[in-house]
Design a protein around this ligand. Structure first.
Ligand SMILES: [Ca+2]
Length: 363
């Protein structure tokens, strides 16, 4: 084979390889639980390894520190310019009823005020990493709809994977967008044309009220029933006993927002031993925290095999109180939900290995 042929083959191989790399939009409620931080860490580690491209990191909540926290993590991995956004005019502010008010952006970032529904955890992150974020208040970030539409319109058809690990507000808002200067397509047509797959961490099997799907349940109902592409769910049942993150909390690194969040929020082994009820109630284990969101990233980037089995059916909201149910339909169901194949402890170790990798690029 001559040099030209070798060069041509190398180019084709590179083109084929890059075409196969998933292009990910990550949509997160990074304001209460901290598996979102682990999920974004996994995503960056996979991007560092050339396994995916990160197109955007968008918050599904508003009026809080979610966007700034996402930007701190992006900065840590040397990607401070990844587009961010947040919903406008609707959607969840905090996770608990008492926290459904806008955080006063002028209050000290590291100060805790009563039961703030988890805001403190991420506002402290902003206090500890000044200069690593652009949007201390998610309300100052661009409209998620515009970010989604610009990115989808610019990408090849059928090429984008959306990985959502929070509320379904942005999915519903995107579907309801009208044609505009960005694209002549409405939201549903744009999604149908550009999105290959939506991987969604939400819902409880076989029925129940799951956190991500219940708090903006009308958006969940619209998104689940109208989404026009394949959808894979990593639901509450899968992640609740797939533990990861203690290895992150115990990393021997000096300045890492990922370590800080895990170390500051995982109970010690002694605490877990002393309170088995807490272990069950709060989904903590010796391996760390339930890896709901990290499993969704694993699916979005690497796919179902060899980690998971899957069954076909439909997740749907069944009332206006946030209850959902799974309707099995192996023939025509629009959704897949993953179940255990590889032992969950092994999946947890794979997630830990990703989350503990040092960033490839630092600023
Ligand atoms: Ca989440």
């Amino acid at each position: 084979m001559n040099r030209l042929s070798l060069t041509a083959c190398a180019f084709l191989f590179t083109a084929a390889a890059s075409a196969a790399v998933p292009k990910i939009i990550f949509d997160t409620d990074m304001i209460t639980d901290f598996d979102d931080v682990g999920a974004l860490a996994c995503l960056h580690a996979l991007a560092d390894a050339g396994e995916c491209e990160i197109l955007a990191t968008i918050s599904s909540t508003r009026g809080n520190a979610s966007v700034g926290a996402v930007e701190v993590i992006n900065h840590y991995y040397g990607r401070p310019d990844i587009p961010v956004g947040a919903p406008k005019g609707m959607g969840v502010m905090g996770a608990y009823p008492g926290a459904k008010t806008k955080v006063d952006p002028s209050s000290p970032l590291g100060e805790r005020k009563g039961n703030d529904g988890g805001h403190y955890k991420y506002r402290k992150l902003l206090a500890d990493y000044p200069g690593w974020f652009r949007h201390a208040d998610a309300d100052d970030a661009p409209d998620a709809n515009e970010v989604y539409r610009r990115i989808l319109a610019a990408q090849p058809d059928g090429s984008v994977t959306i990985c959502s690990v929070g509320f379904l507000t942005n999915m519903r808002r995107l579907l309801e967008t009208k044609p505009d200067s960005i694209s002549p397509l409405d939201g549903k047509a744009l999604v149908a044309k550009k999105v290959k797959l939506w991987v969604c961490m939400a819902c409880q099997y076989p029925r129940g009220k799951e956190y991500n799907s219940k708090w903006d349940s009308e958006s969940s109902r619209i998104a689940f029933s109208q989404w026009p592409t394949p959808v894979i769910f990593s639901d509450f049942q899968y992640g609740r006993d797939c533990f990861a993150g203690r290895a992150v909390a115990e990393m021997d690194v000096k300045r890492s927002p990922v370590k800080d969040v895990f170390a500051g929020n995982i109970p010690s082994r002694e605490e877990i031993r002393a309170d088995s009820a807490k272990w069950l109630r709060s989904c903590f284990g010796m391996g760390g925290r339930a890896a709901w969101d990290e499993t969704a990233v694993l699916i979005a980037v690497r796919g179902i095999n060899p980690y998971f089995n899957a069954s076909r059916g439909a997740y749907r909201m069944i009332d206006d109180k946030g209850n959902n149910e799974w309707a099995p339909d192996e023939e025509n169901g629009p959704h897949l939900r993953v179940t255990e194949r590889m032992p969950k402890a092994e999946v947890g170790r794979i997630i830990d290995e990703l989350m503990t990798r040092a960033p490839k690029h630092t600023l």
